[in-house]
Design a protein around this ligand. Structure first.
Ligand code: ZN
Length: 683
């Protein structure tokens, strides 16, 4: 018998052309250990299916296995041509309830687990390893997740997505062993869940004047009644929510509702202005923190929410509160005095504490974005870390659980490929490889604290995502990379191997009617961003003129950034672009160390108007022998025009000259904002 072992992480596909499909066992996320042989078991119409889960009674597990054609049901435990799904008391090498062992031999397949969830994940692996010819390789798979929490967040406020779409995503999430669906149900762009006590929330705050979020955002941001012309919106009835929660439960997925507070609440305050500090509609985004009516409202909403969602966690948002109105509001000031609170940060903390006590009294726990740390974290709260990982780490050091979802790796509203090849996105550049590279546990974290890391989540905010197809396009296959980050042991991870599996998964997803990104034709990062550029300036000294200091948050590594041989990539946030916010713009002198013949000098700029990044209005390139007297080689005026695109331009000089010093100046346009420049290339 020829026996081959598929050693995980050792890849057989290194030399394959990107899109060539290789038939081999392709499981996402990669299991803990896989030993497979060349012999196979073949499913046929006589294969019998049996489980002891729920004592063999009707369970969704059984229904699910039959639906996916794993066999015909048998009341007796079959001995051959069998698929056995067995709950056991102990399993060697498996510690978590979601783990499983899958054994295949000539008699069939046996999946053993400590819980039904474990059996369910065993089934997902079995489905993924079953070939088109219905064959399953003999062998043994032992598997369990790295993290308990493996999540995806869908923003249904900025654009609304219906029940069938959510169910479809639940199916895919389960297939890749994700187990938490976080629904961003409320935000300025629309309230999306029926609350019986406050019908105005869905009569009015669920509908707006423009279908596209961007049009609405740029045109007065008004809410209207559903009956009015061109009203865009929607919401889930409580019945539909029950349907979603039930469907998710059957796929071993917990749905976590997010109800935003104290900010991102424009839609509520437009309908109930008395809950804001000013009592004026369309004025504030924060609830008044001094008004007890606000807490009464929120608690009434949460009572209905808790009735609908059995989730242990209720997400209360907590992010990006301006707190400005709290400084002037009489009720807020009175509250601060009464509670001995000195700052609006502490007032936010009071707000969150109070809601936490309410949730705890109902045996639920509070989950919030990392701003809930500001002014003091509520005692039992769990932090979802989005502004980097520092908030999550801080919470963990304080003994709290954290879920990591840092923007840099987990925000799927960023471009996943070269912006000029993609539909408009929020900005940034987050290709599959970068998602995959994320390791939520840094080396510096001790093992005791690391245990508080509950898991990871991919977030899909939908400002620029108006359709279901587009939503799927942004989610897949990036969420698959995150699923592997969340489930698989780091020692088993290899991007090359994952990439081959992801290509196959993209095909499978398409076959099933999803709309994934075309990974096969990925363009990749900007030329020069991944491979160094050689030129005369690399490693030379750069002097910044007075008034032309780079912005600290975008230093790109400091004084050497502009001549480090690496070009900036598709986003100014990639730590290669140097940002200038000062009025003088860019004014730098590069000392080549000695006089050299020069034939070209150039630098790259980028523009993305949303966040205020513009092309320069004028570029001046000069040279000098002594560093004091400069001769101008080129002066170029540039007409800067606002647009929706992400653009990159190179401004330079070509000719023949000699110099020791090169000066590059770039002036800001009348739009102000940032100049982002990288790699001054001297040849
Ligand atoms: Zn107030």
């Amino acid at each position: 018998m020829k026996k081959s072992t598929l050693a995980i992480g050792l890849t057989l596909i290194t030399l394959l052309v990107a899109c060539e499909r290789k038939e081999h066992v392709s499981i996402i996320p990669i299991p803990l250990s896989v030993e497979l042989q060349t012999k196979v078991f073949t499913l046929n119409e006589h294969t019998q299916l049996w489980t002891n889960a729920s004592n063999g009674e009707e369970t969704f597990l059984k229904e699910y296995a039959i639906k996916h054609q794993l066999g015909v049901w048998s009341d007796e435990r079959p001995v051959s041509n069998a698929i056995i799904l067995e709950i056991v008391d102990t399993l060697p090498d498996i510690e978590t309830p979601e783990g499983y062992m899958l054994l295949t031999d000539k008699s069939g397949v046996k999946i053993s687990a400590l819980s039904e969830a474990g059996l369910f994940y065993g089934i997902q692996t079995l489905l993924q390893m079953t070939s088109e010819e219905k064959t399953i390789a003999h062998g043994k798979i032992i598997d369990e997740p790295r993290f308990e929490y493996r999540g995806m967040m869908l923003d249904v406020s900025r654009h609304f997505f219906g029940v069938d779409f959510i169910k479809k995503q639940i199916e895919a999430m389960a297939y890749y062993k994700l187990n938490h669906l976080h629904l961003h149900l409320t935000d300025a762009a629309g309230w999306r869940i029926e609350i019986k006590r406050y019908p105005e929330l869905t009569q009015q705050a669920a509908w707006r004047t423009h279908a596209l979020w961007k049009d609405w955002w740029n045109n007065d941001r008004l809410y209207i009644n559903k009956e009015e012309e061109n009203a865009y919106g929607g919401f889930y009835t409580q019945e539909q929510i029950r349907e979603i929660v039930d469907y998710a439960q059957k796929h071993y997925i917990t749905v976590i509702p997010e109800i935003e507070m104290p900010s991102h609440s424009e839609e509520v305050l437009a309908v109930y202005p008395e809950l804001s500090c000013s009592h004026i509609p369309y004025k504030e985004s924060d609830f008044c923190a001094g008004n007890d009516k606000v807490f009464e409202f929120i608690e009434n909403v949460l009572l209905e929410i808790m009735e609908l969602f059995p989730s242990h966690y209720i997400h209360i948002g907590g992010d990006e509160a301006s707190k400005q109105s709290w400084k002037e509001c009489l009720l807020c000031k009175a509250r601060m005095q009464e509670e001995g609170i000195d700052s609006v940060d502490e007032l936010q903390s009071y707000f969150i504490h109070r809601i936490e006590s309410f949730l705890n009294a109902h045996e639920r726990n509070l989950l919030g974005w990392d701003e809930i740390l500001d002014g003091g974290l509520a005692p039992n709260a769990t932090v979802m870390s989005w502004r980097g990982t520092e908030g999550g780490l801080k919470a963990m050091r304080m003994g709290h659980r954290a879920i990591m979802t840092p923007g840099e790796f987990c925000y799927f509203d960023a471009y996943q490929d070269a912006p000029h090849t993609q539909p408009e996105a929020f900005g940034g550049y987050l290709p599959l490889q970068k998602v995959y590279s994320y390791d939520p546990i840094p080396d510096t974290l001790d093992s005791k604290t690391a245990k508080l890391l509950y898991g990871v989540q991919g977030n899909l905010f939908a400002e620029y995502i108006p359709t279901e197809e587009h939503m799927e396009y942004m989610a897949y296959p990036r969420i698959l990379a995150l699923a592997e980050v969340a489930w698989s042991a780091p020692k088993n991870k290899s991007f090359e191997d994952f990439h081959a599996r992801a290509l196959k998964a993209v095909e499978d997803l398409r076959t099933k009617g999803y709309h994934p990104f075309d990974l096969c034709h990925e363009v990749g990062n900007r030329p020069g961003a991944d491979k160094p550029v050689r030129h005369l300036g690399v490693g030379k000294q750069v002097v910044y003129a007075d008034g032309s200091a780079y912005y600290k948050g975008y230093s790109a590594g400091g004084d050497s950034a502009l001549v480090d041989g690496v070009r900036g990539g598709w986003t100014y946030g990639d730590k290669h672009w140097q940002g200038f916010l000062g009025r003088k713009g860019v004014d730098v002198i590069i000392d080549l160390g000695k006089t050299l013949p020069i034939t070209s000098i150039s630098a790259d700029f980028m523009q993305i108007c949303g966040p205020g990044v513009f092309m320069p209005a004028c570029v001046i390139i000069s040279i000098s022998h002594d560093g004091e007297t400069f001769t101008e080689l080129k002066r170029e005026d540039i007409k800067v025009v606002k647009d929706d695109a992400v653009t990159f331009k190179t401004f330079g000089w070509e000719g023949a000259s000699k110099a020791r010093y090169v000066r590059y100046q770039a002036q800001r346009s009348d739009f102000g904002g940032f100049l982002f420049v990288d790699e001054i290339v001297i040849k």
